[in-house]
Design a binder for this molecule. Structure first.
Ligand SMILES: [Zn+2]
Ligand SMILES: [Zn+2]
Ligand SMILES: [Zn+2]
Length: 149
């Protein structure tokens, strides 16, 4: 079973990747660990980490830290639309994203809801679907009711 990912887990993983644990990197780990249900971009993580440390914080430090955490397998990114990608702890990343092309709102769907599609694709093609990496686009219920004109 996956272990619950905390800031301490992330900090430990950075250490294992050979990174020195600075206040800036610690702050990035704390922001990510606290953000379970949210969809934070690298810029959001930078803003929060900076607010939290009050210290000077390099954008490139944030990007490199995110990269290192992805390498460690504890963090993953998803593409919701045309904008920058968002980050999830891998323990929270098992959901499908739905994005409305009209109002831009993002919705999440538990992985189980798309598992029959993934199974059908695997059966007929052998392709293993990663449904959480890219969002599915369409119209939300409200926009669909309002019509498409
Ligand atoms: Zn998500
Ligand atoms: Zn990607
Ligand atoms: Zn909509």
């Amino acid at each position: 079973m996956p272990v619950h990912i905390t800031a301490a887990t992330l900090i430990e993983a950075l250490g294992a990747e050979g990174y020195r644990i600075t206040n800036a990197r610690r702050a990035v780990c704390e922001v990510i660990a606290a953000a379970h249900e949210e969809h934070l971009t690298a810029a959001d993580i930078y803003d929060r980490a900076r607010a939290q440390t009050g210290a000077r914080l390099d954008r490139s430090t944030v990007y490199r830290t995110l990269e290192a955490l992805e390498d460690s397998g504890l963090l993953s990114h998803s593409h919701l639309g045309h904008g920058p990608s968002v980050y999830h702890l891998t323990e929270d990343s098992g959901h499908q994203h739905l994005i409305c092309l009209r109002c831009g709102e993002t919705f999440t769907l538990p992985e189980e809801e798309t598992s029959s599609l993934a199974d059908a694709i695997a059966r007929s093609t052998g392709f293993i679907l990663d449904a959480s990496h890219f969002a599915l686009s369409g119209l939300c219920a409200g926009c669909a009711r309002a019509g498409t004109t």
